[in-house]
Design a protein around this ligand. Sequence first.
Ligand code: ADP
Length: 264
Amino acid sequence: AEEALRHSQKMDALGQLTGGIAHDFNNLLTAISGNLDLLLSRLDTAERADLRDYATHAKVGATRAAGLTQRLLAFARRQPLRPDATEPGALVEGMEDLLRRTVGEQVSIATDCPPDVWPAWCDSNQLEIALLNLVVNARDAMPDGGRITITAANAHLKAADVAGDASGAAPGDYVVLTVADTGMGMPPDIIKRAFDPFFTTKPIGQGTGLGLSQVYGFVSQSHGLVRIDSEAGRGTAVRLYLPRCDREGSAGLPPGIAAEPADA
Ligand code: ADP
């Protein structure tokens, strides 16, 4: 429990730090991108194709940088979320083509999202990004191919299940989305650092170390939690617990926990 508390304090401190930086960078990037758009619109008619190329490269860089700051904002739980009743089965089905194209032919994908699984109360766009991040990680953990299984299920978490979790989630009804692979697995010391922004074991240019950071931030900002189960050489399962959407079609959250206002 002490270690869980230390971890939760570390995640809070990292969130404060990265959130502040990402927020300021995001504003600067908005100014850079806006000015590049103005420049590009002028260069559209100009004859200097070389100038247009320079500006286009700069714009591509600014767009990538904006993507990175978005994931940092997600980690810092400062992403503006638009939660809604989200049906896991429909969401996963809608992503299957994209996911198959992402993993290539070496890796198979199986899904099991029964119709009796509750809807979750979360931002479906952010959930799609999170699932894509998990599937990319699963693919990267299986360089010689393998199998990814995506499942959805209902779960009830008791006080003891959530005690000390870094996300501070409450006991209650959750929808669990699991992405499991048959890859190399994650040793305990890697699991401990896996959610840290910029922590990556991948070669430079291949990993940013922001995939699981987005997942962690999105899920905890949604009042859920993330669990990783892994076995060396056998594979990894990452489970996202998202609050069940209640009958009134809003957050199935215990009283006192309202949806957090997003930082502007
Ligand atoms: P990135 O994928 O860019 O490295 P992530 O934050 O998504 O960043 O992941 C951090 C690290 O966690 C990865 O570099 C990898 O070492 C480990 N990891 C994540 N998912 C898996 C997985 N399914 N199997 C094995 N290792 C994983």
